[in-house]
Ligand binder design. Structure first.
Ligand code: PEP
Length: 254
């Protein structure tokens, strides 16, 4: 089974619109013929200008979050159709920074996944355990609960539009990457759960990305693992040359 390969950058709350467009101009020629999908999750304010500059390039622009309602009295929030009109093709959902700092629950993430699918925004659903949970031997159970809650009741035919990102919380922004063995074991576990939800055949078509301190010098050994179909990159995506190197590693080794 060949699955699509992805290098997804998450800029978090970095870069103004001007910086975003300069970045796209630098990145575009570097990933021109990349066989992996090159995605950038940018701040809301940069979605429209970045999409404009990314037109006719290999780069796909998306968001880092969205609200689950179509519209309404939700001060400070952004709806999926607003993202879509601005040019976003995908959105991250349930990033651990959203879960931890903004108290996002699996139930809220589930509603967002449904809305994103309905409005044709590809969801990248993030799951992962904390260090404490890993130490207590609960990592597998935590992932099972998150995946079941976030992706339960999604129609089977919609499942293939979703990307799953395994991001151990202890590896995000810490410089501590999961070993390829740990990452592979957790990805295989995620795929098994996807199989329970959507059937084994469909689960084998869903790309699962690894995130957590990915750098040009550790990406190759991660991507070489059987169930790792790409990477979600925070800090190392902020520099176009570094991110381009990572993206090119993602097209290899399969
Ligand atoms: C992330 O923000 O999803 C992430 C994985 O960050 P970093 O690569 O900096 O660990």
């Amino acid at each position: 089974m060949t699955r699509q390969l992805y290098a997804v950058g998450n800029w978090k709350m970095y870069k103004t619109s001007r910086e975003a467009t300069q970045y796209i101009e630098e990145l575009a020629p570097l990933v021109e013929n990349c066989r992996a999908h090159v995605y950038l999750a940018v701040p809301y304010t940069s979605i429209a200008p970045a999409s404009h500059y990314a037109k006719d390039t290999q780069i796909v622009i998306g968001a880092q979050n969205m609200h689950d309602a179509r519209e309404g009295a939700f001060t400070g929030e952004v709806a999926s159709l607003m993202l879509k009109e601005a040019g976003a093709k995908f959105t991250l959902l349930g990033h651990s920074e959203r879960r931890q700092q903004f108290r996002e629950t699996d139930a809220a993430i589930h509603k967002k996944v449904l809305r994103a699918l309905q409005d044709d925004i590809q969801p990248i659903v993030c799951v992962g355990e904390t260090w404490q949970e890993r130490e207590k031997g609960q990592a597998e159970e935590v992932l099972r609960n998150q995946i079941m809650a976030c992706l339960g009741e999604i129609p089977k035919e919609e499942a293939e539009k979703i990307l799953l990102a395994y991001e151990p919380v202890w590896a995000i922004g810490t410089g501590k990457t999961a070993t390829p063995e740990i990452a592979q074991a957790m990805h295989a576990h995620c795929r098994e759960i996807l199989g329970e939800l959507f059937g084994k055949r469909k689960a084998n078509t869903i790309s699962i990305l690894y995130g957590g301190s990915v750098k040009p010098d550790n990406v190759a050994e991660l991507i070489a693992e059987k169930d790792i179909d790409g990477v979600l990159v925070g800090g190392a995506s902020l520099d176009p040359a570094t991110f381009a190197k990572i993206a090119h590693h993602c097209e290899k080794g399969k």
